[in-house]
Design a protein around this ligand. Sequence first.
Ligand SMILES: C[C@H](O)[C@H](O)[C@H]1CNC2=NC(N)=NC(=O)C2=N1
Length: 100
Amino acid sequence: MPDTLSDDQRSEALEGLDGWSYDAAANAIGKDFRFEDFGAAFAFMTRVALIAEKSGHHPDWSNVYNRVSIRLSTHDAGGVTDKDIGLATRIDALDPQVSA
Ligand SMILES: C[C@H](O)[C@H](O)[C@H]1CNC2=NC(N)=NC(=O)C2=N1
């Protein structure tokens, strides 16, 4: 099981990501997306699901119409680890087309 990141390590890792922040209430990193419509949101979720399954690491998320809210933590470790930073990096690499 990977170690949780220290506050400093987590802050530094977040600087390398696009729009992710620490959600203290969830003890997770998170990002909220808004898409053109439900189809675009669900297409994004499908792509994330395939990545998650491949990497054995899965998002805690919710979807309301065109909005997708993602929180990433490593349950076994009880906090944020490199696994979460890695999944967030792969999600960013999808270059999701969010609406304004
Ligand atoms: C047994 C299996 O490896 C674990 O349950 C995995 C599955 N996906 C997971 N996803 C996330 N986000 N955190 C975990 O700790 C986790 N654990």
